[in-house]
Ligand binder design. Structure first.
Ligand code: ATP
Length: 250
C-alpha cells in the first residue's frame, strides 16, 4: 500500500478544559483531495495548525510523508504548502518581494522562481499587481497572492484553511482549477478545511468534523448514501445536525 502523505492517529488537543480535538484519525493518500468539513468551532483550525507544525497535539500521532515534526521538521516543511485562515503577508513589501522571499525559503531563485511567480500570477489574474505594496491590495487580491505563495514550491501536500474567504465566485473557480492542476501535474495532496458544503462537493473524500471528532469519512457519494439524502447539503444537515452555510457571493 502507498504510504499516506498525512497520517493522523488519535490526535487530541485541549485549551484548558475545552477539548477541541477528541481523538482525530485521518489518512490522506498521494494525489488525494480531502475536504475537512464542519461548522464553526468544530476543531478544523486546531487540526490544521497541528498538521502544519505550528503546535503539537496533547496526544496522538501526526506523521507527514512518514516523518514526525519532532525529528524532521525541516524535511516536512520543504514539501508542504500552507494557506492560513488569517492573513500572513508582509503588508509593506511588494507582492513580488513577498513571493520571492517565500520562494527563497524553499531554495527557489532566479529564472525558475520568476517563471513560477509569473505563471501563477497570470493564472490568478494578479499580474498587474505584482509590483504594488501588499497593503494597497483588496482583501480578495491578498488572498489570491497567499494561494500563489503557498503553491510556489509545488508542494506534495497543500493545507488550506478556509482558503476561499474573500474570493469572488470567479476566483473560487480558479482556485478549484489550480489545485486540481497541481494534483494532476505534481500529485499534490490537498486538505481543504471549510464550513461550506459546496466547496467539497468535488473532493475525493470528505471528513466530517463536529465538536472535535471526525464523525464520518467517505466520498461525497458515500456520505450522501450514509445519510439517505438526495444532496450533500442535506446529508450534512442529517449527519451533523447543523444547517450548512451558503457561500457569500460578493
Ligand atoms: N487559542 C485558543 N484558545 C482557546 N480556545 C480555542 C483557541 N482556538 C480555538 N479554541 C476553541 O477550540 C474549539 C475549536 O476551534 P477551532 O478554531 O479549531 O474550530 P474551527 O472548526 O476552525 O472553527 P471556525 O470554522 O469558526 O474557524 C472551539 O471551541 C474554540 O473556541
Amino acid at each position: 500500500m502507498t504510504e499516506p502523505v498525512l497520517a493522523l492517529t488519535d490526535v487530541r488537543k485541549s485549551y484548558g478544559s475545552n477539548e477541541a480535538l477528541k481523538g482525530v484519525s485521518l489518512d490522506i493518500a498521494p494525489g488525494e483531495i480531502v475536504g475537512l468539513l464542519g461548522p464553526n468551532g468544530a476543531g478544523k483550525s486546531t487540526l490544521f495548525q497541528i498538521c502544519s507544525g505550528l503546535f503539537s497535539p496533547d496526544g496522538g500521532e501526526v506523521r507527514l510523508f512518514g516523518m514526525g515534526y519532532k525529528d524532521n521538521a525541516s524535511e516536512i516543511l520543504k514539501q508542504l504548502g500552507v494557506v492560513f485562515q488569517s492573513r500572513s503577508l508582509d503588508l509593506d513589501m511588494s507582492v513580488r518581494a513577498n513571493l520571492k522571499f517565500h520562494g527563497n525559503l524553499f531554495g527557489l531563485s532566479g529564472k525558475l522562481l520568476n517563471q513560477r511567480i509569473d505563471t501563477a500570477a497570470a493564472f490568478f489574474a494578479v499580474t498587474e499587481l505584482i509590483d504594488k505594496p501588499v497593503r494597497t491590495l483588496s482583501g480578495g487580491n491578498q488572498r489570491r497572492i497567499e494561494i500563489v505563495r503557498a503553491t510556489l514550491n509545488m508542494p506534495a501536500l497543500l493545507l488550506m484553511d478556509e482558503p476561499s474567504v474573500g474570493l469572488d465566485p470567479t476566483t473560487r473557480k480558479l482556485l478549484g482549477q489550480h489545485i486540481r492542476g497541481l494534483r494532476d501535474t505534481h500529485q499534490t495532496s490537498i486538505l481543504w478545511a471549510t464550513h461550506l458544503v459546496e466547496e467539497v462537493e468535488h473532493a475525493d473524500r470528505i471528513a466530517l468534523i463536529v465538536a472535535g471528532k471526525i464523525i464520518r469519512v467517505g466520498t461525497p457519494a458515500e456520505i450522501i448514501a450514509a445519510a439517505g439524502t438526495e444532496t450533500l447539503a442535506d446529508a450534512y444537515i442529517a449527519l451533523t445536525g447543523v444547517k450548512p452555510m451558503a457561500a457569500v457571493v460578493e
